[in-house]
Structure formats: structure tokens, C-alpha cells
Write a protein that binds this ligand. Sequence first.
Ligand code: HEC
Ligand code: HEC
Ligand code: HEC
Ligand code: HEC
Length: 424
Amino acid sequence: MNRHSLSRLLGAGLIVLASCGPAGAADEAQRLGVASCASSTCHGRVSPANNSYAQLNEYFLWSKYDRHAQAYRTLEGDWSKRIAANMGIADAARAPECLVCHSDYVPEAQRGPRFQLRDGVGCEACHGSASGYIDAHYGPDASHAENIALGLTPSENPRVQAQICQSCHVGDKQRLVTHEIMAAGHPRLRFELDTWLTNMPVHHSEDADYAQRKGITNGADRWAAGIAAAAVDYMDMLQAHLDGHSLTPELGLFDCHACHRPMDTTVRRTSGEKWLTPAGSIRPNDYAIRTLAVVAGLRDAALADRISQQNRTLHRSTSQSVARFKNRSADLRDTLTRAQAVVASRPLSASERAAVRRALLQTASEGYFRDYADAEQLFLALQALAAVSEADRAGQYDRLFGLLTNEQNFKPSRVAAEAGSLLR
Ligand code: HEC
Ligand code: HEC
Ligand code: HEC
Ligand code: HEC
């Protein structure tokens, strides 16, 4: 997982532009399409501008390096054809169940004349419909607050970022990679806010004027905000997608490795391990919930206890009824929202970051992180928490990373042992 930040190599300054985009915004907020942002006097420069707030080469970076620009074309490729054939879909590039994430699939009424689904995940999928702000946002008097009032998404805010990215990289109330899509051949989705933001070809630069206009969030706090959002938003996904299922609920919502663990006795249930679910029942995907309890618990121990207790109750209810499970997840969501506010109230201090790392390693060393996805999140968390501290030795997590390189050979007991040695 390479961390790179193109933006650090590129400059930025201040410019007032003559004119950008088509004239005349529609009454209802509309997507104007990537073409409306991409002209050479707007965001379509090849090299970064040095007299503007923004780099103005965002379109160049997006179209040349960013996978989001390819998202629609992926649906026309062989891999998607195979998935579609397995599902009995005629054409993935016309199927709403794929377009919701592989394009900016807004309702017809919100598509302006230059908008096209072929653009994949374009500027407005993350920055909001431009019809309201396009004429005002480059003017000499435009402020960030005014742009937001005109419909620009505050995409620098970590809570908002989490919501934007997760909507496709995890799913949301509308979007889901269903178990059927997975079983037809879709790659397993995984996500962590700080790492994915860093690995996206970054097209902004966090320089002095940026800090003044938008503020800067460090990687550890972004990680924490991402985990909090993942916990809360998972409850919303459960609420939205559980209805209408008879024999099993939508399995795409649940912990994949609860069922798809390798046939290896080291990962079977043993009396020494602490399991929250009754034997044989499906397991909610609670990595973010448990981790949010750890982070919030540094500031409010009672709240952390309440999360743990409600999480246990939620797990038990998986073997009871859908109605009970929904009620328990609504209760837990309330508590998680409070924990989210506690985490967001101020940045993580250096000692809090160290405490989170210790707590995660402790939990891992006790064998709680027993499947591949948990171990992967552990690694991403340790990396995000370490990135802000000068004192951390480079490469200290290389061995942990090495245990993750081949999912088929994954051994939970080795992760526990490595966590134990990192703790010492
Ligand atoms: C909830 C959002 C979502 C839905 C729905 C969805 N995808 Fe995806 N898809 C993604 C994301 C995100 C990735 C990138 C995963 C990664 O690399 O982490 C992806 C990756 C892929 C890839 C692999 C691309 C590559 O070259 O690595 C294919 C193929 C694909 N999707 C096809 C489909 C098809 C076909 C459908 C509909 C049947 C579909 N997707 C539905 C979000 C979605
Ligand atoms: C997948 C989501 C995503 C897409 C697609 C995307 N952006 Fe961004 N953009 C971001 C994020 C995240 C940031 C950094 C946070 C912020 O400043 O809002 C950002 C920042 C920016 C900035 C702010 C620079 C500053 O100094 O304030 C501009 C301008 C911008 N993007 C333009 C574009 C344009 C133009 C496109 C399309 C060619 C585009 N973005 C596509 C997510 C995206
Ligand atoms: C509208 C849906 C959508 C949104 C919103 C979105 N993504 Fe994506 N993202 C995708 C899809 C689909 C792909 C896979 C594209 C492909 O290869 O076909 C992808 C690919 C990526 C990749 C490349 C993954 C890889 O394995 O190389 C990164 C990194 C990424 N997204 C980060 C982000 C971040 C960060 C955000 C939020 C600022 C975000 N995305 C928002 C749909 C989305
Ligand atoms: C409650 C158990 C359960 C959960 C949870 C679950 N699956 Fe499955 N999965 C199954 C069953 C049952 C099948 C069908 C196996 C068969 O047909 O032999 C299956 C099939 C699959 C297949 C096709 C495998 C093959 O050999 O054809 C894939 C891929 C898959 N699931 C991925 C996932 C992913 C990714 C997740 C997590 C988002 C997940 N599953 C969650 C039970 C589960």
C-alpha cells in the first residue's frame, strides 16, 4: 500500500479566472458534467497554476491517473461481462445495480446537457452539483462558506469525506455490492479513509492558504473519523437493506469470513476464544464498532462499556429475529453517534494515538482479530496512526504486512503473535 502525495510535489497560489463553464444555471441543482469543469482556463491545465488557490490541473490528474475516470469503462470490460453473465444481466454498463457506483448515477432530471454517465466517477460525484456554484466559485469575492451555501460539498470535512467515499467503497442506504454480485465475481470491497484518500491521485495541495480556507486534518484523526463514520453508517446500511429477506438476510452486509474462512482448524471456534455470536450464526461486521469503542473509551470509559454491551446484545440477536436485530442496531446506532461526537470533539493527542495503538495491538494479541479483513484493518490503522509521528521507525509493520500478502495462506495465530511482539 504505497502512500504518495502528488500534490506535495506541485505548487499552488492565487488567480482570478475570466470565465468557466456554461452560462446560466438551472433552477434545480444539476450535474453539469466533467466537460464543464475541464476547460483549459478552469480545472483543465496540464501543470499546476502558481497564482491560484486551486492547482487547476485537477482534470488532467483525474483523467490521466485517477481510476474514478475509468469506472464506467470497467463495466464494458471482460471482467464485468463475466460478472453480468453469472448474474443473467445483459449489459453491465446499462445495469443500475452497477452504474450506481461505477458512474455518477443521479436521476435523469438532474443531468445537464453536457453530463454523461461515460465520465464515470466525475468531479461532481464528490464535489456536488455545479449548477448552483459554477458561476460564483471562481470570482474574486467567492468564499468557501458561500460556495457551500450554493451547493459545493464540503469535501475537506472528514465526516463528509467518509460519507462520500464509503457510499461506493462500502455501500450506503441505496448502494450495495450484494452477495450475489460478489459471488458472481466482483472483488471484495475494502476501505480505510486516510489510506484511500492518500492513494487517490491527490489533486489539492495542503499549503498555507488551504489551511486557512479549509483547515487541515492529520492522518490519525482522519482514520478515527473514518472508523466512527464506518460504525454509524453500517447501522444505517443494515436498517436499509434487511427487509424483504426470508431464508437469509442480505449476506453482503455480513462479515465475509464468518462463512468463507479457510478449512483450517486454527480458525475454528475454540473454548479459549471469546466469541460474541452463538455457534453457527452469522456475524455482524463489527470491526469499526469495536475500534470506535477503543478510541471513544479513552475519553469516556462508560460510553465504551455501553458500546461493548450493546454490541454483545446485537450479536446475540442475530440468532433471534430480523425485527429484534433491527431494534438492537437502532439502539447501538444512538450510542455510536454519541461516541462519534466524542471522537470528533478534538484531535487525537500524541498520547491518545499511542494508547489507541497499544489497545489495538493488545486486542489483536489476544486473538480477537481472527479473520483476514480484521487483520488488514489493524495494519491500516497502525500505519495511519504512525504516519503523524516522527519518532516511529519506518518499516516496523513490514512483518505484519507480510502476513497479509496472501489471503489464502492467512493465519490468524501469526497475526496475534506479531501483535504481541509489536506490543513489547
Ligand atoms: C457499492 C458500489 C459498487 C457496486 C454496486 C458495484 N461496484 Fe464494481 N467496484 C466498486 C469499487 C469501489 C471497486 C474498486 C474496488 C477496489 O479496487 O478497492 C469496484 C471494482 C470493480 C471491478 C474491478 C475493476 C478492476 O479492474 O480492478 C469490476 C470488474 C467491477 N467493479 C464490476 C462491477 C459490476 C459488473 C457491477 C454490477 C453487477 C458492480 N461492479 C457493482 C464499487 C461497486
Ligand atoms: C473521488 C472523489 C473526487 C473526485 C472524483 C474529484 N475530487 Fe476534487 N477533491 C476531492 C477531495 C477529497 C479533495 C480534498 C478535500 C477538499 O479540499 O475538498 C478535493 C479537492 C479539490 C479541489 C480543492 C483545491 C483547494 O485548494 O481548495 C478542487 C479545486 C477540486 N478538488 C476539483 C476537482 C475537479 C475539477 C474534479 C474533476 C476533474 C475533481 N475535483 C474530482 C475529491 C474528489
Ligand atoms: C460514485 C462512486 C464512488 C465514489 C463517491 C468514490 N469512489 Fe473511489 N472508486 C469507485 C470505483 C467504482 C472504483 C474502481 C474504478 C475502476 O477501476 O473501475 C474506485 C476506485 C478508487 C481507488 C483506486 C483503488 C485501487 O485499488 O487502485 C481509490 C484509491 C479510491 N477509489 C478512493 C476514493 C476516495 C478516497 C473517495 C472519496 C473521496 C472515493 N474513492 C469516492 C467508486 C467511487
Ligand atoms: C452466512 C454465510 C455467508 C456470508 C456472511 C457470506 N457468504 Fe459468500 N457464500 C455463502 C454461501 C452459502 C455461498 C454459496 C456457496 C456455494 O454455492 O457452494 C457463497 C458464495 C460466495 C462466493 C462464490 C464462491 C464460489 O466458490 O463460487 C463468493 C465470491 C462469496 N460468497 C463472497 C462473499 C463475500 C465477499 C462476503 C462478505 C461481503 C460473503 N460472501 C459473505 C455464504 C456466505
